[in-house]
Each structure stands twice: as structure tokens, then as C-alpha cells.
Design a protein around this ligand. Structure first.
Ligand SMILES: Nc1nc2c(ncn2[C@@H]2O[C@H](COP(=O)(O)OP(=O)(O)OP(=O)(O)O)[C@@H](O)[C@H]2O)c(=O)[nH]1
Length: 599
């Protein structure tokens, strides 16, 4: 057996804002991975957007050397995990590279649903979970209550949870000492044939595809010929190394270690996440268990405001998928919006991030249609089809049955907000499955239609619980439901990009709320604009945007040209994200009006 007793591979499981990045930065500081100046920015969240939103998305790793009190120097490989529910799948793949996980809980807030779900994944994967209570410097810290919660909700012993403050540094050395004691070292044979798991792959403009791997057995070095098991392709290794967190080349990577491999692979599909690498001389090495394939949960149409931008848009999407295996798209054409793409996302946050990157990094002006989940439709001819676009729903006469996706949602909420949360779940057509009272929180589980959850449930949950409730959910099944298509007509013309699939019981109410909202969002034009909502041929709601009475330019008493120009420019800027549909200009917000109505 090779001696791997000095290696510790671990992840941190933490709810957003409980202090994972701050704690990781402290580890780097204690182990001397970076200079003071380099420490200034939180180093693990490397994308600008992530930093702005303060959330961690991409899994990265950091290798540190820690001299422990027993005199031994340990190699710590910390694999980062994202904190948001949209990116849960990335957590399980980070955990697959580890023997242990730190469960970091804000000692003032307590356990949150998402951490519970991630802890279960860690425990199922056989990891040692070590509780850490952070933010002990805050007066509202209640370590005993939070320990109690960890034991009751997650079911692990929290008796010797380490208390620390990542912010002040207090207790952080204890976390490292504890970690090397309780997290097991990896098992593996350095002399065996190479077997390495791809945890993540991303495209770097200078280096090409970089893959983060966990070497299970054997070793890999520059010049080796590696075989990607699933593609059967052989590539020559250009370099291997670790992140300290700086990109640092190493002579080799050995069993038990985590690091990067660069091997002249052109796109991320050539090094799929979850795949196994070996040497071309040992092609019979077994595949390691991979990961679940990532399936988009939400679909929306994205269309360039100016049709001249279509090719740029296509190129931008191609580039984005180089780095985001979860992003899926196909061309879509709409009568109202022209040519665009139907894009599948992991959730609303993923959608917002992609939209922002397209607009910011690729300078595109896009119109996004209302997001929708995927429905299963049984046709009268016996075929079952999946519908991810309401305007593509077949004629009602040919449909035998419609089925909607149902999620199982777990919610943790302090008792005083329980009533509000239950009311919200009922409003969202939820069916209660379980409820348990714990010392300070209540754990409830609901079956909810996915379309009610993905759009605004999380925000509503936060607002009815004053920010205290937390949520985790996952797809459970398709279930028959009484669904209808709600069409929106502008001045009598059906606008395909505005169609929605809704529950029949809510269709009237939704139609009314939607037309009211759109009336606020569609600017007044030179003529009356009628907005109607209809089911089949029947109009269920109607509003009118009254015509403008005055020309704006009338204000510019003839002579003042600069003022006139300014006004026109202002109008132009305001128009930027509008789309001409028939004779009416519709702003981006109106396409997303459904996200703004409470029903
Ligand atoms: N008072 C106090 N604040 C802390 C402590 N640790 C972190 N914070 C603050 O809590 C906020 C969130 O910390 P982060 O480290 O960014 O949280 P995170 O869990 O990494 O968040 P994600 O990257 O979104 O997953 C920041 O404003 C930190 O300064 C602590 O020990 N005490």
C-alpha cells in the first residue's frame, strides 16, 4: 500500500453567506499560499459575475501545505463547491473527489435546507462530515442551539463541532487541526495503472481545456499518452499541476491527489465531467462511477433585438457552452420575435447569469421570453412528447393527457413563520408530505408543481418568512394535471412568444393579472393598444393602453436643436430593449410580466 497518510481531500458544505469563501481564504493565509496583496480579493470566486453576486459557482480546487501540531506536514486539497440550489449537481461531483467535508454553519442563523441536502449527499458518498460553527464573533451566535439542530436535522454528532470566526481568524487553526485528525486520508496505489476521475473541465483561452482530476490510482506526468475512456481518444499530456491557488505545474500527480491536466483537448466535450482517464498503455482500466447527467429544468427563448445580431449571438452561445456543459440550446423561430434560440437552464439564477454574460461579455441586446418547465404530453395517437415551449403545444383536440413535473421540496422555517409558509405552499398547489417540529425550526416537505417553484417561489418564501426559511428541491415525477395554454393577443394578433402553459383553475386569474401588468409595462403609443388573454378561442381578460395624446417633440419649441437631439437620444436608449411586434413596440419587461404577477 502506498503511503498517502499525509493527504486530506475535502470540500466545504455551507449555505450561501455562511462564510465558506472567508474560511477558505483564512486557510490559504495560514498555509501561506498567497502574499498579502494577493489575498486582497477573495480568491476562490474567480469569475467577475460571481464576485458581484457574492456566490460561488464553478468548482475549483486549492492545494495547501499545512504543518500540524504533530510535526507532520499535510497536503490539503480543498475542492470548492457552489452554494446555490441551481448548481446542486456540481456539489456531488466535488464531493466524489473527497474523503471528508466541513459542514460550515452560521452560528447565528442555524442549519439551512440546502446544506442538509448536501450533507446527505456527502454521507451517502461515504464522506466524513465535520461540523464547524462560524461567525462566533457575532453577539447573536447560539452554538448550543445550532449544534442541537445539526444533530436533529442531519443526524450527525455535533458534540465536538469546532467553533470559529472566519472573519477574525479566531478558532481557524483549530479547524485545520481537527480536520487532519478526523478526515481520513485517501486510499490508492501509486504503482497501479492510472485511474483518474474528471471532476470538472473548463476552457481557457490560452491553455485550451483544463481538467480538474482526482487521481485514484497510479500517476500521470507531462508527456504521458492518456486515454479518455468514454471517447476512446488518446491525447498527449502537456502539463499537470495544482492550484496553490495559483496555477502551479508539478512533475506529476499521484494516487490520492487532486490537480489539473492539460492535454491539448480542443473542447470540453472531449474531456467530459465524470469520465475516467487512464494511460493509453492500460486501456482495460475500469471506468469509475460517473455523475448524473445534468438536465436543464427551465427553458426560455432568447432573441436578438436586432436581427443583424443573430450570427454574433450564435457565436457567443458556442463560446459559452465551451465552459458550461449544462447550457443547451437550439435554434427557434418566432412569428413575433424572428430568429433566436431556445435555451435550457438549470434554474432562474443560471438563466440570469447566462443572460448577463451574453449582454456584458458579448455586447448583445436580447429579448428573453417567459421561462417554462418541460411538460409531458400524451397524444391521442399514443405518442408521448416533451414540450418546452408553450407555442409548440399541439392542438388541444389531439391531446389525451398533459403531465407536469412535480418536485419534492424540503423547507426549514422557524415556527413563527410556519403559517405563512404553509399558506404559500397551498397557494402554489402544494401537497404536504411531512412535518417535524425541532427545537427552533420546523422541517416540512411538500410536493409542488415545478413551474410554481422555479419562477418566484424562492423569493416569495424569503419574503413571507422575513428571510428565515430555506429551501431545497429536486425533481420527483411527472403527474397528470389540468393544464391549458394561455394566449396573449396584442391588438387582436396572437403573439406566440407571450403564450404560457397554466393550470386551468388559475387561468382566468392569471390572465387578468397578466394583462393588468402588461398594461403597466407597455408604453403608450400613437394609438390604443388592446391586450387580451385567451384560452382556446375564448377571451378571459382584456385591458387597453390608451393612445398618447401629445407628441413628445412638441415640447421642444421648434428651435432648440440640441435639446431635441438629446430627447431623441433618450428615447432611443429607452427603446433599446424593445421589440416591434406588428405595429406595437413591446419592452423586455412585458415578455417577463408573468414573473411579476402573484398567482
Ligand atoms: N461576523 C462575521 N462575518 C463573517 C464571518 N465569516 C464570513 N463573514 C461574512 O459573511 C459574508 C459571507 O461570507 P462568504 O465567505 O462570502 O460566504 P460564502 O458562504 O462563501 O458565500 P458563497 O460564496 O455565496 O457560497 C461576508 O460578508 C463575510 O465577511 C465571521 O466569522 N464573522
Amino acid at each position: 500500500m502506498s503511503d498517502l497518510s499525509h493527504i486530506r481531500n475535502f470540500s466545504i458544505i455551507a449555505h450561501i453567506d455562511h462564510g465558506k469563501s472567508t474560511l477558505a481564504d483564512r486557510f490559504i493565509q495560514i498555509c501561506g499560499g498567497l502574499s498579502e496583496r494577493e489575498m486582497e480579493a477573495q480568491v476562490l470566486d474567480s469569475m467577475d459575475l460571481e464576485r458581484e453576486r457574492g456566490i460561488t459557482i464553478k468548482a475549483h480546487s486549492v492545494t495547501l501545505h499545512y504543518k500540524a501540531q504533530d510535526g507532520k506536514t499535510y497536503q490539503l486539497n480543498f475542492i470548492d463547491t457552489p452554494g446555490h440550489v441551481d448548481f446542486t449537481y456540481e456539489v456531488s461531483r466535488s464531493l466524489a473527489a473527497c474523503e471528508g467535508a466541513l459542514l460550515v454553519v452560521d452560528a447565528g442563523q442555524g442549519v439551512e435546507a440546502q446544506s442538509v441536502a448536501n450533507c446527505y449527499t456527502a454521507i451517502e458518498q461515504g464522506l466524513e462530515v465535520m461540523p464547524v460553527l462560524n461567525k462566533m464573533d457575532l453577539p447573536q451566535a447560539e452554538p448550543e442551539r445550532v449544534k442541537d439542530e445539526i444533530e436533529h436535522i442531519i443526524g450527525i454528532d455535533a458534540g465536538d463541532a469546532v467553533l470559529c470566526s472566519a472573519k477574525s481568524g479566531m478558532g481557524v487553526p483549530d479547524v485545520l487541526e481537527h480536520l487532519v485528525r478526523v478526515i481520513p486520508s485517501p486510499q490508492g496505489e501509486i504503482e497501479a495503472p492510472l485511474q483518474a476521475l474528471i471532476i470538472d473541465s473548463w476552457f481557457d483561452n490560452y491553455l485550451g481545456v483544463v481538467s480538474l482530476v482526482r487521481v485514484k490510482h497510479g500517476r500521470v506526468k507531462k508527456g504521458d499518452k492518456i486515454l479518455v475512456k468514454s471517447t476512446g481518444k488518446v491525447h498527449q499530456v502537456d502539463s499537470v499541476g495544482v492550484f496553490t491557488p495559483k496555477h502551479t505545474e508539478m512533475p506529476d500527480l499521484k494516487a490520492g491527489e487532486v490537480g489539473f491536466i492539460i492535454a491539448g483537448i480542443k473542447d470540453i466535450h472531449g474531456a467530459p465531467v465524470g469520465d475516467t482517464l487512464t494511460l493509453s498503455s492500460t486501456p482495460d482500466v475500469d471506468m469509475l462511477p460517473g455523475f448524473q447527467r445534468i438536465k436543464p429544468q427551465v427553458y426560455a427563448g432568447l432573441f436578438p433585438v436586432s436581427s443583424d445580431d443573430f450570427e454574433d449571438f450564435r457565436e457567443a452561445l458556442q463560446k459559452l457552452t465551451l465552459n458550461d456543459a449544462a447550457l443547451q440550446y437550439e435554434p427557434e423561430s418566432s412569428d413575433a420575435l424572428g430568429f433566436g434560440f431556445r435555451i435550457g437552464f438549470l434554474g432562474m439564477l443560471h438563466m440570469e447569469i447566462i443572460q448577463e454574460r451574453l449582454e456584458r461579455e458579448y455586447d448583445l441586446d436580447l429579448i428573453t421570453t417567459a421561462p417554462t418547465v418541460v411538460y409531458e404530453v400524451l397524444l391521442k395517437n399514443g405518442d408521448t412528447i416533451c414540450v418546452d415551449n408553450p407555442s409548440k403545444l399541439p392542438d388541444l383536440a389531439s391531446i389525451a393527457e398533459m403531465r407536469e413535473p412535480i418536485v419534492r421540496a424540503n423547507i426549514l422555517v422557524p415556527q413563527e413563520h410556519l403559517g405563512n409558509v404553509i399558506n404559500l405552499c397551498i397557494e402554489k398547489r402544494g401537497v404536504q408530505r411531512d412535518m417535524q417540529f425541532l427545537s427552533s425550526q420546523v422541517q416540512i416537505s411538500y410536493d409542488l408543481p415545478m413551474n410554481e417553484v422555479v419562477l418566484d417561489f424562492f423569493d416569495r418564501l424569503k419574503s413571507v418568512s422575513r428571510g428565515y426559511a430555506s429551501l431545497d428541491y429536486s425533481f420527483d415525477r411527472f403527474q397528470v394535471a389540468n393544464l391549458v395554454k394561455l394566449d396573449v393577443l396584442i391588438n387582436g394578433d396572437k403573439v406566440d412568444a407571450l403564450a404560457l402553459i397554466v393550470h386551468r383553475d388559475k387561468a382566468h386569474q392569471k390572465g387578468r393579472a397578466l394583462t393588468e401588468k402588461m398594461k403597466e409595462l407597455i408604453p403608450r403609443q400613437m394609438f390604443d393598444v388592446a391586450i387580451q388573454a385567451a384560452i382556446g378561442g375564448q377571451v378571459v381578460a382584456r385591458t387597453t393602453v390608451k393612445a398618447l395624446r401629445k407628441n413628445v417633440l412638441a415640447k421642444c419649441y421648434g428651435g432648440d436643436v440640441t435639446r431635441k437631439r438629446k430627447l431623441l437620444e433618450k428615447q432611443k436608449a429607452g427603446k433599446k430593449r424593445m421589440k416591434q411586434v406588428g405595429s406595437v413596440e413591446i419592452p423586455q419587461e412585458a415578455f417577463l410580466a408573468v414573473l411579476k404577477v402573484d398567482s
